[in-house]
Design a protein around this ligand. Structure first.
Ligand code: NAD
Length: 472
């Protein structure tokens, strides 16, 4: 069992000054894999002061210098790609195929941002004015456990590009991958104090980060519930905010959708990351007249899904990250049953044949009542709610009947019609006739209670800027 007992502060690994620790288990086998020590507020304060001090010089570095740093981090990460993948599979239980794709994208982001930096409009001159974009300062980053490396990279790359410095509070549950990432960062010779990482819990060190006056901006990725606490805490010092929060995204099958072709997309969205994905299409809206056929196809396809060891490249659904998450999903399944939703497949308990590991049965409910808890709340597990509709007008109202607005999926044989429908959905993105887009770094973020601001490629750079006018 590995011990994680050091933070990364001011370019050095520093021993955590606490006896409080957490044991991480392999979600596939339930074996103990790591003990992680939890930092104290003074350690977070030290990291913030170092980041503030480093900003004074780092904000003045040249674009070339920062492009070199981005390249060096990319190169170091690339050398450790396989190790990073193995650790994510080990501690999170994400399937190897998903993890490989995601790791590659995360590492490549340093090159994308390097390219953006070359052309970024830092200065715009007019006759009587100059508009300057400059780094926002010290950015406090707080991230969840469901795509650790992607979240680390998607914040560090744009922050470095803008000459900002960071203090990161990663999730307690990804300490092994974070440690391997930090070793790469250290070898990449990133200037001291530019990236600081403090392990610990949200209510202790995360709380300090969101309230500290030397922190200029917060980039938070996590649940809407925590996002609201962070928003409130950060308001006291008017921090710039990017909030990437939860979702309950609708997948809408319009009347003319080809059901045979569409169902694999429906499932790959709903059960993405074993259901632990913010953008999961967890509400499926189907024409009432097609409900019986959709039910039949869902069962047929779900019976073919490969559930099991995430290391196996055939596996499509792995375990929940930990027992807490397993129990949360179970309680939602129980509430669906108690509230009278029709259980089409799956249900309570572990997947048959899996005594060990936090494997939830891929579950589908047919729901005729939109107010049910399972229809309205984010479950973050492989649970799909099917909602029949009578008309496409009703489907639109149902799609928007949520506090969330992160993502949506529309399927139709008529792309023009799908586009018109997509424009009326209140969410940060809508995918048409696919569950995964090949678009290069489109803006990502949510409407309504799914968040604030946009990240992704150059949009992340914009999020980490202040704009100054100089007038003549
Ligand atoms: P969470 O909100 O429980 O925790 C996220 C992070 O916040 C963790 O690092 C946690 O330690 C920290 N935290 C908790 N309380 C805090 C506090 N009071 N002050 C400061 N920090 C605090 O979320 P989670 O369970 O780790 O992740 C799952 C959630 O993340 C889901 O809701 C999912 O939709 C969301 N998510 C959103 C996106 C997106 O881009 N919109 C992406 C991934 C995950």
């Amino acid at each position: 069992m590995k011990t994680i007992n050091q933070n990364y502060i001011n370019g050095e690994f520093k021993k955590i000054n606490s006896t409080e620790s957490l044991t991480l288990k392999n979600p596939t086998t339930e074996e103990n894999i790591a003990q992680i020590y939890l930092s104290t507020p003074p350690e977070m304060n030290e990291a913030i002061e170092c980041a503030a001090h480093a900003f004074e010089s780092f904000s003045k570095t040249s674009i070339d210098e920062r492009m070199n740093i981005l390249q060096r981090i990319h190169d170091e990460l690339l050398q450790q790609e396989d190790i990073l993948i193995d650790l994510a599979v080990l501690e999170f239980g994400a399937t190897i195929m998903t993890t490989k794709r995601r790791t590659k994208n995360a590492i490549n982001l340093f090159l994308t941002i390097k390219e953006e930096l070359k052309h970024y409009d830092f200065v715009k001159k007019d006759a009587d004015s100059i508009t300057i974009k400059e780094g926002v300062g010290v950015i406090g980053v707080i991230i969840p456990w469901n795509a650790n490396l992607a979240h680390l990279c998607s914040n560090i790359a744009p922050a470095i590009a803008l000459g900002c410095t960071l203090v990161i509070k990663p999730s307690e549950f990804n300490a092994l991958e974070t440690e391997a990432f930090l070793e790469c960062l250290h070898r990449a010779n990133v200037p001291k104090g530019v990236v600081n990482v403090v392990h610990g819990t949200g209510d202790v060190v995360g709380n300090v980060l969101t309230k500290h006056p030397l922190v200029n901006a917060i980039s938070f990725i996590g649940s809407t519930k925590t996002g609201k606490i962070i928003f409130e805490n950060s308001a006291k010092t008017i921090k710039r905010m990017t909030l990437e929060l939860g979702g309950k995204s609708p997948t809408i099958l319009l009347e003319d959708a080809n059901l045979q072709e569409v169902i694999p997309h429906v499932l790959s969205s709903a059960y993405s990351n074993s259901g632990q994905a913010c953008h999961a299409g967890s509400r499926l809206l189907v024409p009432q007249s097609k409900l019986a056929e959709v039910e039949r196809l869902l069962i047929e396809h779900i019976n073919r899904l490969k559930i099991g060891d995430p290391k196996d490249k055939e596996t499509q659904i792995g375990p929940m990250i930990n027992l807490t998450q397993f129990n949360t999903v179970q309680s939602y399944i129980k509430s669906g049953i108690d509230d009278g939703a029709k259980l089409l497949c799956g249900g309570l308990g572990k997947v048959e044949g899996f005594d060990k590991g936090y494997f939830v049965k891929p579950t589908v409910f047919i729901c005729h009542n939109q107010t049910l808890k399972i229809v309205q709340e984010e479950i973050f597990g492989p649970v799909l709610c099917v909602l029949p509709y009578e008309s496409e007008q009703e489907a639109l109202v149902m799609a928007n009947n949520t506090i969330f607005g992160l993502s949506a999926y529309v399927f139709s044989n008529n792309e023009t019609k799908a586009l018109e429908f997509a424009k009326q959905i209140r969410s940060g993105r809508v995918l048409i006739n696919t569950s995964s887009s090949k678009a290069k770094h489109p803006p990502f973020g949510g409407m309504k209670q799914s968040g604030l601001g946009r990240m992704g490629g150059r949009y992340s750079m914009d999020a980490f800027c202040e704009i100054k006018s100089i007038l003549f």
